[in-house]
Design a binder for this molecule. Structure first.
Ligand SMILES: Cc1cc2nc3c(=O)[nH]c(=O)nc-3n(C[C@H](O)[C@H](O)[C@H](O)COP(=O)(O)OP(=O)(O)OC[C@H]3O[C@@H](n4cnc5c(N)ncnc54)[C@H](O)[C@@H]3O)c2cc1C
Length: 474
């Protein structure tokens, strides 16, 4: 940074301190002492970190940054998996960590109004305390924030029943790049009065505005909870099982998670936290869950449905989660993605495709990887019921060149079958050069038009989702 640039930066920091107070604006060692990403392995590199307490402070911060054309990175719990919330040294981070209030719960209308920095788990618990359910659930529940969930349109474990985050958002408040506060805190299920602007911000990864408050749609808390882990002999059995269970247990199915053999063996292996509830050796393991309203009848129906599938030869072995502890144990192995670090360096992918294409797709990428790297490992698991697979590849080389070569294989096989390079994690930095594989030029141009309209200076999360159109100030 030359003298002129350094003076400009100092002037902005001084303006932010004057407008927001010194305790809101962190600089120097107070910034580098913070984690730069979810792993905590790198220090925060941001020019400054702002920790507003109110929407008004977020608005004042953005107005000042907009005048100075200062790039800004919104941050939630930093659990995002595509690098979108990681701030560079020319950027100012705005963290929502002080805006965590659960402001209101309406048990009759089944809504909850929260500040965007509230952790997902605290929202789930607050809903439960009212006898209700906030259905969004993912492994990062303790650290991720609802603002981050909205910004990434997170999917998670129960999408098959309740949809993605978008489906649980009734309204929101967002601060635009120039500091304008858009209050769209709708609480109604039906509201077709013009464009539904909340959808601009859901899944926009912090590029169109900073979400500061959210009105969430709650569900009745289920009274029955059935869960089982199943071993299956082949992929055609996996597809047949999904169809039969959907028919037999109707709309109560809340998860249909599939683990390919390698994933199951990793999360129940010698170094894992959980011993294998079902012996190793089958090609597929399925975690199925249902949530319902009639505890006794639902348990009978669930077990009968599984029994029928077993008789039909679809299931080889099964373990039922009878108690909460047993159900938690089954979920814990599915959520134990940390075991994947034993394969480091790894490249992780989050793709969407037709269920009917999955078996061939996975076989094709495994073959192509093995042709190029004989010792490669490819571990697959995911929310199969939603058409979403997580693919983790280890080729013994973590270099950018190896990453590009692996991406070419994983995405190259996806393109002809019209899959998506991002099912639920977003595009961020990591996937932006692949956006064109899943979105048409017309779609991308309209995204850029929206970006230019809402953020003409291009200060919000520049370079995430697509290349920045304006160069950041040096
Ligand atoms: C163990 C583990 C399991 C996971 N499982 C799933 C899963 O099943 N499904 C799934 O979808 N994801 C999953 N994730 C990814 C991650 O948890 C989600 O993307 C989550 O929604 C990110 O929330 P966050 O608060 O951590 O956001 P961050 O990581 O802080 O930010 C993510 C993006 O949102 C932007 N952003 C954050 N807050 C705001 C805001 N208030 N306003 C505007 N923009 C904002 C950031 O700039 C960034 O671009 C998992 C991650 C981990 C570590």
């Amino acid at each position: 940074m030359n003298d002129h640039e350094s003076n400009r930066s100092d002037a902005l920091i001084a303006e932010l301190c004057a407008a927001l107070g010194d305790d809101v604006v962190l600089t120097g060692e107070a910034v580098t002492a913070r984690a730069g990403d979810g792993s905590g392995a790198v220090p925060c590199a941001a020019r400054a970190v702002l920790r507003p307490r109110t929407t008004k402070q977020v608005s004042a911060a953005l107005a000042a940054c907009h005048r100075a054309a200062q790039p800004v990175v919104p941050q939630g719990g930093l659990t995002g998996l595509v690098g979108g919330g990681v701030a560079g040294d020319l950027e100012v981070a705005i963290t929502l960590e002080r805006m965590t209030a659960i402001e209101e719960i309406d048990p009759v209308g089944r809504t909850m109004t929260v500040q965007a920095g509230a952790a997902l788990q605290s929202i789930q618990e607050a809903a439960e305390a009212e006898g209700l359910l906030f259905p969004l659930d993912l492994g990062a529940r303790g650290s991720c924030t609802i603002g981050g969930n909205v910004a990434t349109n997170a999917g998670g474990n129960r999408t098959i029943r309740y949809g993605m985050t978008r489906d649980s958002v009734l309204g929101l408040e967002a601060v635009l790049a120039d500091g304008t506060v858009l209050s769209s805190l709708n609480k109604m299920v039906k509201n077709n009065a013009g464009y539904d602007l909340k959808h601009l911000f859901v899944g926009s990864e912090g590029t169109l505005g900073i979400v500061t408050r959210v009105v969430l749609r709650l569900q009745r808390r289920p009274r029955s909870h059935n869960c089982a882990l199943l071993a299956l002999p082949g992929f055609s059995e996996v597809i047949a099982l999904l169809g039969r269970l959907e028919e037999a247990i109707g709309g109560s199915m809340s998860a249909f998670e599939v683990m390919w053999r390698e994933f199951y063996e990793l999360v129940t292996g010698a170094e894992a936290r959980t011993a294998p509830p079902i012996p190793h050796g089958d090609p597929y393991y399925v975690l199925v869950e249902s949530l319902g309203a009639r505890p006794e009848e639902d348990a009978v129906q669930f077990e009968e449905a599984l029994g029928d599938c077993m008789e039909a030869g679809l299931i080889g072995d099964a373990v039922l989660g009878k108690s909460k502890a047993e159900r938690d144990e089954i979920w814990a192995l599915r959520d134990d993605v940390e075991q994947l670090n034993h394969l480091a360096p790894i490249f992780t992918f989050d793709v969407s495709l037709r269920i009917a294409d999955m078996e061939t797709y996975v076989a094709d990428i495994k073959t192509t990887l093995a042709d190029r790297w004989s010792g490669s490992r490819c571990v697959v698991f995911g929310h199969l019921g939603d058409g979403n697979l997580h693919v983790v590849v280890s080729v013994g080389d973590g270099s950018p060149e190896a990453r590009s070569a692996v991406e070419e294989i994983v995405y190259g096989h996806l393109e002809p079958i019209c899959g998506s390079v991002s099912a639920e994690h977003g595009i961020g930095f990591e996937k932006r050069s692949h956006l064109g594989r899943s979105r048409s030029p017309v779609e991308i141009e309209l995204m850029k038009t929206l970006k230019r309209t809402l953020d003409p200076q291009g200060i919000l999360n520049p370079g995430r989702v697509f290349e920045a159109e304006r160069a950041p100030p040096t």
